[in-house]
Design a binder for this molecule. Structure first.
Ligand SMILES: Cc1cc2nc3c(=O)[nH]c(=O)nc-3n(C[C@H](O)[C@H](O)[C@H](O)COP(=O)(O)O)c2cc1C
Ligand SMILES: [Fe+2]
Ligand SMILES: [Fe+2]
Length: 408
């Protein structure tokens, strides 16, 4: 059974985290391999006469959600439900909850969320669509609603509790995996968790990554980030020791800030020819003091695309090796590129190593794709079959060109 956490975060107002650790899921959004799992976090706040629920869990865990919630409050007593985002990993349990609640709670969300409530669950009554920046006095607290479009959907907003300086941030600030703690108090837990945040950002929000930077800028300009007391996301750790850190991490990933020396090397090799070329490039990178991070597709291994995408934002440069396969790019690299150019499209230099038997196609096709993207095409080196000493010279030159282009 997935673990359920019910944790009191504050006494005044009474505030609870309701978290479930989804260790059964394999592919988030039916696409992204997450053997590390994910958590769904909902929150409940009691203030004077008001009982406010912030989001819920995935539909599969409706029974667990209602049980956890009922251990704190009778669902009939919930007066308000804040819907930050309608993706069903947060909204799936709402219809059953509303039934138990007798449809008494006022639902609060954006105009888009209102439309999606109807489209997904036929919920039309008692829904208040907020204006960006609107403040509502609920119980003894003032809730300010701020829209953050495309973090992760057009419907998405966050809530700021004015008196307590708390941000409920839903997908923004979230990450994959099942951290062993609820918060950021242990630095080692945080260090282990952050790569899962990067992977989450790229795979889930990566398509819209420019909006990450824009929206965090928008929240900062409201002056609510500098002295925020807690950031409470819809997935993963909550942030109360150093809450700014999670938004800083989001900004870094959104902007693709590189880690000095990291070069991502990705290739396929069916029978070892591409591998020969890549080995030369890796050797040259190491000789120049770089740290290649290598992922390969062979007849023995096939790394998850989601893991590779998570490596792109903090890489300084990329080397892509591919064999020509039926007059095209090897299928594994073709799919990887398709996702990478969509989700992890950054201004970083790329060197292409294309290999072929009778007519080089892979290198050229990858070059066309790279040139159409934000990536900076440095060179394409075509190798016919084995890597000859002349090829080796060209590959080493290509690597030297690649590192000359780094934004430093
Ligand atoms: C299934 C398959 C399809 C191939 N299709 C082509 C092709 O259309 N054009 C070509 O020039 N070479 C083709 N090749 C040859 C490879 O691109 C070439 O041998 C390359 O060096 C393979 O490197 P690798 O063994 O490291 O993957 C094909 C090879 C295989 C196994
Ligand atoms: Fe989402
Ligand atoms: Fe989510």
């Amino acid at each position: 059974m997935p673990k359920v956490w019910i944790e009191k975060l504050l006494d005044e107002p009474e505030l609870y985290l309701l978290r479930i650790d989804d260790d059964k899921i394999k592919y988030f959004e039916a696409t992204w391999d997450i053997p590390e799992g994910i958590t769904y976090n909902a929150y409940l706040m009691k203030t004077d006469s008001a009982v406010v629920l912030f989001d819920a869990w995935k539909k599969d865990y409706t029974n667990e959600f209602l049980e956890a919630l009922s251990s704190i409050v009778d669902p009939k007593e919930i007066t308000h439900i804040v819907v930050h985002h309608m993706e069903p990993d947060h909204s799936g349990a709402l219809p059953r909850l509303l039934e138990l609640n007798g449809y008494k709670a006022k639902i609060i969300g954006t105009v888009f969320a209102k439309r999606l409530l109807e489209a997904f669950y036929d919920i039309k009554e008692n829904v208040h669509a907020i204006e960006d920046g609107e403040e509502l006095k609920i119980g003894s607290r003032t809730l300010k609603f701020i829209t953050v479009p495309w973090l992760h959907w057009p419907d998405t907003m966050i809530t700021y509790v004015v008196e307590d300086k708390i941000i409920f941030s839903c997908d923004a600030g979230g990450g994959y995996s099942i951290p062993e703690a609820i918060d950021d108090s242990d630095d080692e837990v945080v260090e282990r968790y952050l790569p899962h945040v990067t992977k989450y950002i790229v795979t889930v929000i990566g398509h819209y990554h420019k909006y990450i930077v824009e929206n965090i800028e928008k929240i900062k300009e409201l002056g609510i980030v500098d002295d925020v007391r807690m950031i409470l996301p819809g997935h993963g750790l909550i942030w109360r020791k150093n809450p700014q850190k999670i938004f800083e991490h989001y900004e870094k990933v959104g902007a693709g800030v590189p880690k000095k020396g990291k070069v991502l090397v990705i290739y396929d090799s069916m029978y070892g020819f591409v591998e020969e070329s890549v080995r030369v490039a890796v050797n040259e990178l190491e000789r120049l003091g770089f740290t290649p991070v290598v992922y390969r597709y062979t007849d023995k291994e096939a790394p998850a695309v989601s893991d590779i995408l998570g490596e792109v934002p903090d890489s300084e440069a990329l080397v892509i090796g591919a064999s020509t396969y039926e007059a095209g790019i090897h299928p594994r690299i073709r799919y990887l590129l398709y996702e990478m150019l969509d989700k992890a499209n950054y201004e970083k230099p790329v060197l292409i190593l294309g290999t072929f038997g009778w007519a080089g196609v892979a290198g050229r096709e990858i070059e066309t794709l790279i040139k159409r993207s934000k990536f900076d095409h440095v060179d394409t080196i075509e190798v016919k079959g084995r890597t000859t000493p002349e090829d080796e010279v060209r590959i080493r030159e290509g690597v030297r060109e690649l590192v000359k282009r780094l934004r430093r």
